[in-house]
Write a protein that binds this ligand. Structure first.
Ligand SMILES: [Zn+2]
Length: 517
């Protein structure tokens, strides 16, 4: 028996916090929650002193790329901290020096919107520092990559290569590829040797360690292929999987699962088959999110729909009719409109009450779309860290969207007031739930801010709801799984410090899996 005593409890339901609270845990489940004095603490209980701390349900990231993130920790140079293009290139140069000729050098997480140079990396930047190694550097959004001439050569990309469906190979005034590819990563990735299962397991292990250190006890991994499913299953069998995982399948894996009669919900409390993940548009950073009106900083484009509307409707209709939850990536208002239309049509043809279909990211919304999302009872699966990263004055969203649409980006306050289900995740940009909560509470656009209690609910109960598991987890209530995060600090009193607060302890199923220090 565990007794967490003395902290301020935010229980995930949206109710007011409990001061000087007690949480009792027995046999992997929560036994009691209440104020000190109301809950009797058994003598043989192991007491955890939580005074001055905040006790939360284990945080649930509703949309990340967990396995990929783990592999990234293993294989990629982290460029997210580079303060300039120059600094990023220096990190690449160092790695090239350590890498045998001919082997790939991979990097990710770069974000030119924070750099003084304010431009993408091109092959001209990379060729002098990496003449003999192919290089691929993935932008923070994942939709845009920069490669060098060696990589273009191995991938067979020349001035004559046509754009792939839904993607763009940037070409300069001379007609030659610049080394920048938008929504066309697969042209390069298909020539990079894939990771082995052992590598992937090691990656998953690192991802689990990171999650526990950041207070995250469940994750929803988006867009998985059969390889990833095998890795997750092995991780579960071999005791590597330490956090609960809800697997959002890429189309090919979903089709295979459907053939076996497997649908959303198959699995257990640690590992479960989730939704079919589809993609309707691109990203804001790469100017490929589909907007109704042109980009403010590039009037020549309104972004792209990555699927023909007819094809999107067919895929949604099929996944829906086979009992799957669908989770569709849509960022711009034009992309979101297509998704709402398609889900509405699927539901009209084949009504299902508790479908919990989701729009992933769901960032630039019109008032009419918010109303339709509520009426159809769709889940808005959103990433508050994006506003922390990019919604501030002079930030990337302002540049891309202009002042009017900027106010309509990530409107948490309006969505919650309208009664829309909003689940929070990180998209692994960065994977950091407390930073996400801080971002929602301190939204740079004041009228879109929500309270700490609301933000915690979106990162716990609502995320559990988005995987049909709110009866199991997502709140601190008797009978639920004992997934608990203790944050070192008072999140209610010091909301502007939340992003800097450290996790003191992370408990999964009643077992302490992380303790600071
Ligand atoms: Zn994603």
């Amino acid at each position: 028996m565990l007794a967490i005593v003395g902290g301020r409890i935010i229980d995930g339901t949206g109710r007011e916090p409990i001061e000087d609270g007690v949480v009792l845990v027995e046999g992997g489940r929560i036994k009691a929650v209440g104020r000190r004095g109301e809950v009797e603490i058994p003598e043989d209980a192991e007491v955890i002193d939580a005074s001055g701390k905040t006790v939360l349900p284990g945080l649930i990231d509703a949309h990340c790329h967990f396995l990929m993130m783990g592999l990234g920790l293993l294989r990629y140079i982290d460029l997210s901290e580079a303060k300039s293009l120059k600094e990023a290139l220096e990190l690449v140069r160092k790695r090239v020096e350590e890498t045998p000729k001919g082997q790939w050098v991979l990097g990710r997480g770069w974000d030119e919107s924070h750099w003084p140079e304010r431009r993408y990396i091109t092959k001209e930047d990379l060729d002098p520092i990496a003449p003999d190694n192919p290089v691929m550097l993935v932008r923070i959004c994942g939709h845009l990559i920069s490669v060098n001439s060696k990589a273009l050569e191995i991938a067979g990309i020349t001035r004559d290569t046509p754009n792939p469906p839904g993607g763009l190979i940037d070409k300069g005034p001379d007609g030659e590829p610049t080394g920048i590819l938008r929504d066309a990563r697969e042209l390069i990735e298909r020539v990079i040797p894939p990771p082995t299962e052992e590598e992937a397991l090691e990656g998953l292990k690192r991802a689990c360690d990171l999650a526990l250190r950041l207070g995250c006890t469940s994750i929803q991994d988006a867009g998985l292929n059969p390889f990833a499913l095998r890795v997750y299953q092995r991780a579960w069998e071999e005791g590597v999987l330490k956090v609960r995982a809800y697997l959002m399948l890429a189309e090919e894996a979903a089709e295979a699962a459907e053939k076996l009669g497997i649908k959303t919900g198959f699995g257990d409390e640690m590992l479960r088959i989730g939704s079919v993940k589809l993609l309707a548009d691109g990203s804001m950073g790469a100017r490929t999110a589909a907007l109704f009106e042109p980009y403010a900083d590039d009037p020549s484009t309104r972004g792209i729909l990555t699927l023909e509307p007819e094809e999107l409707r067919r895929l949604i209709r099929e996944a829906h009719s086979r009992g799957f939850q669908v989770a569709v990536h849509a960022i711009g208002d034009r992309g979101i409109e297509e998704v709402i239309n398609a889900i509405e049509e699927a539901l009209r043809e084949n009504p299902r009450r508790d479908h919990r279909h989701r729009i992933e990211h769901c960032e630039v919304l019109t008032p009419n779309q918010i109303e339709r999302i509520r009426e159809l009872n769709l889940i808005a699966s959103m990433q508050p860290n994006f506003v922390g990263n990019w919604s501030g004055p002079g930030g990337m969203y302002e540049a891309r969207l202009g002042p009017e649409r900027l106010r309509r980006n990530n409107p948490y306050r309006v969505l919650l007031d309208e009664g829309v289900h909003v689940a929070f995740g990180s998209d692994s940009m960065p994977f950091h739930p407390l930073y996400g909560i801080w971002s929602a509470v301190n939204h740079p656009i004041r009228e879109n801010r929500i309270s700490v209690v609301e933000a915690v609910r979106c990162y716990t109960w609502e995320s559990a709801y988005s995987s049909f598991e709110e009866h199991l987890k997502g709140s601190l209530e008797p009978g639920k799984l004992a997934d608990i995060t203790i944050v070192d600090g008072d999140m209610i009193r010091e909301p502007d410090r939340i992003k800097d607060m450290e996790v003191y302890m992370t408990i999964v199923g009643g077992r302490i899996l992380y303790r600071r220090g």
